[in-house]
Design a protein around this ligand. Structure first.
Ligand code: ADP
Length: 466
C-alpha cells in the first residue's frame, strides 16, 4: 500500500512524528519484552539450580541407595509449582518432594559424563504445561552416586509474558492516541511564524513595498524574516530608482520634443521664406541630435548596468587606442580656442576592453572641454603603476562646488548653474562610473570652483610588454 503524504507541511510533520514515535515505541517494547523474558527464565533457572545444589550437598549412600538428608518444605514447593527428586545411578526415583509426581524420568543424553547440571524443557504427558527441568549429577566420595532433579512449571512465567504483550499492544495505540493531538499542537506552534510570514508577504504588493515583516528573535524563522526584509529593502530601492529613472527619461525627452513641436507648428502657421525654414530645420536637427545622443547614452548605460555586459578583453596599445579620441577632442577644443595637452607613455600594451576604456576617456575629455571656457586648458595624463593604470583628466574650467561633487556620478544629475549653459544629458559621468566599476577600477574627482576639476581613474590592468 502506498502512503500518500499530506499536502501541507504541518500534516507531513505530524505524520512523520507519529511514524517515528510508533517505530521507537515498537523497538522499545520489543527490547523490554525480550529483556523481561530472559530475566524471568534466569530467575527460574537460578532458583532450581540453587535448590539442586543444596540438596546435593547433603547426600549419603547407604547399601547402594542414595539418600537425601536435606529437609525440603513441601508446601512451599507446592505453592511455587516446583519439585525436587533424587534418582539413583539407574534413574530410579528414590525420593520426590512437591508436585508432578507422575512426571516420567528422563535423563539428558550423556549426563553420566557430565559434572555440571543440565537444563531442559519438558511437558507432563497428556498436558501442555511446560516444565523447566534441571538435572545435576551427584558424587559421593568422588564416585557417581545418582542425580538430583529439580523442576518448575513455566506457566506463571508464560502468563506474565503474555500479559506483558497485551499491555504493550494496548499501550502503543494509547500512546499514539495521546501523541497525535500533542504533535498537531506542537507543529502548529512551531510553524506559526511561517504562517505569519506567508500571510504578511501575501499582502505586500508593489504599492506597499515599504511594509516589513519585522520579526524579532534569533531562531530560523526570525532569520528568514530578516532576510526577506532585506530583500524587500533592495526591491524597494530598485523600484524607486526605476520610477525615478522613468521620470527622468521622460523629463529629458520632453525638452527637445517640446522645442521641435513648437518650431514646427510655428513654421506651419503661415507661409515663410526659405531662410526661416532652414533655421527651423537646423533647430530640429540640433534637437534630434540631442535625442540621438540621449538614446545612445541610455543604451550604453543600460548595457553597463546589466551585469551581463560582455567585456571583450584583448591586448592593445594605449596610445594607439586613444589617438582617434584625441583627434576628435582636439577639434572640439580648437573650436573653443582651448589648449589641449597629453602625456601618454609610448608602447604600453594592456589587456582590457578597449571599447570601454576609450568610452571612459572620451566622456571625461568631452566634459573637460565642455565645461572649460574659451582659452582654457585641458590635460590628459596616463601613468603606469605596477598593477594599474592611472588616467587623469584635468581642466581649468568652472569647477564643481563641494555640495555637488558626490552627485555628479548619479544618472541625470547636472549642476544646476550649468544646466542652462550646456546641452548635456547628465548621463556621461554615470556611464563612466559604471564602466570603471565594470573594469574593477575606481574613480575620484577633485574640483575647485573657478579653478578647474581633476578626474582620476585607476584601473587594475595586466600589462603585456612595453
Ligand atoms: P552632462 O551630459 O550634463 O555633461 P555628465 O554626467 O557628464 O552629464 O556630468 C554631470 C554634471 O557634472 C554636468 O552636468 C556638469 O554640471 C558636471 N561636470 C561634469 N564634468 C565637469 C567638468 N569637467 N567641469 C565642471 N563640471 C563638470
Amino acid at each position: 500500500m502506498k502512503i500518500r503524504m499530506p499536502a501541507t507541511l504541518r500534516g507531513r510533520l505530524v505524520l512523520l512524528n507519529l511514524l517515528l514515535l510508533t517505530g521507537i515505541l515498537f523497538l522499545t517494547f520489543i527490547a523490554s519484552y525480550l529483556f523481561l523474558k530472559a530475566w524471568l527464565y534466569r530467575q527460574v533457572d537460578n532458583s532450581m539450580s540453587m535448590l539442586a545444589r543444596e540438596v546435593s550437598l547433603d547426600i549419603t549412600v547407604e547399601n547402594n541407595n542414595i539418600v537425601s538428608n536435606y529437609s525440603v518444605n513441601d508446601s512451599e514447593l507446592e505453592k511455587q509449582r516446583q519439585f525436587m527428586r533424587v534418582l539413583n545411578n539407574n534413574g530410579a526415583v528414590q525420593e520426590h518432594v512437591g508436585p508432578f509426581q507422575e512426571l516420567p524420568v528422563q535423563l539428558p543424553a550423556n549426563i553420566e559424563n557430565l559434572r555440571r547440571g543440565v537444563f531442559e524443557n519438558t511437558t507432563m504427558p497428556g498436558d501442555d504445561e511446560v516444565i523447566r527441568l534441571y538435572t545435576l549429577p551427584v558424587f559421593y566420595h568422588e564416585r557417581p552416586a545418582g542425580f538430583v532433579q529439580t523442576g518448575q512449571s513455566l506457566e506463571s512465567v508464560q502468563d506474565l509474558l503474555q500479559a506483558t504483550i497485551f499491555t504493550l499492544l494496548f499501550l502503543i495505540p494509547l500512546s499514539l492516541f495521546i501523541a497525535w493531538p500533542c504533535s498537531r499542537w506542537l507543529t502548529f506552534k512551531t510553524l506559526a511564524p511561517l504562517t505569519y510570514i506567508a500571510g504578511t508577504a501575501e499582502q505586500i504588493t508593489g504599492h506597499q513595498l515599504y511594509r516589513r515583516l519585522g520579526m524579532k528573535g534569533e531562531d530560523e524563522a526570525a532569520r528568514m524574516a530578516a532576510a526577506l526584509d532585506r530583500m524587500l529593502d533592495r526591491l524597494q530601492e530598485s523600484f524607486e530608482s526605476y520610477r525615478q529613472f522613468t521620470g527622468d527619461v521622460s523629463h529629458e525627452l520632453r525638452t527637445p520634443l517640446t522645442i521641435i513641436r513648437g518650431e514646427v507648428s510655428l513654421a506651419l502657421q503661415k507661409d515663410r521664406d526659405g531662410q526661416y525654414y532652414r533655421d527651423v530645420l537646423a533647430c530640429v536637427d540640433n534637437e534630434v541630435d540631442r535625442l540621438v545622443r540621449l538614446e545612445e547614452q541610455l543604451l550604453l548605460l543600460a548595457r553597463a548596468e546589466g551585469e551581463k555586459m560582455d567585456l571583450r578583453i584583448a591586448r592593445f596599445n594605449v596610445k594607439e587606442a586613444l589617438a582617434p579620441i584625441l583627434r576628435q577632442i582636439s577639434l572640439l577644443a580648437a573650436a573653443k580656442n582651448q589648449q589641449i595637452g597629453w602625456s601618454i607613455p609610448e608602447d604600453i600594451f594592456i589587456e582590457s576592453d578597449s571599447g570601454v576604456f576609450k568610452q571612459i576617456v572620451l566622456n571625461l575629455l568631452d566634459n573637460a572641454v565642455k565645461y572649460t571656457p574659451r582659452e582654457g586648458k585641458v590635460d590628459l595624463s596616463v601613468i603606469c603603476r605596477p598593477d594599474r593604470l592611472v588616467i587623469t583628466v584635468s581642466d581649468t574650467g568652472e569647477g564643481i562646488s563641494g555640495e555637488h561633487l558626490e552627485s555628479v556620478f548619479q544618472r541625470f544629475y547636472r549642476v544646476p548653474e550649468q544646466r542652462s549653459k550646456s546641452t548635456g544629458t547628465g548621463l556621461g559621468l554615470a556611464i563612466v562610473k559604471k564602466l570603471v566599476v565594470l573594469l574593477g577600477g575606481e574613480i575620484a574627482v577633485n574640483s575647485n570652483v573657478g579653478s578647474g576639476s581633476t578626474f582620476r581613474v585607476s584601473l587594475p590592468v595586466a600589462f603585456s610588454g612595453k
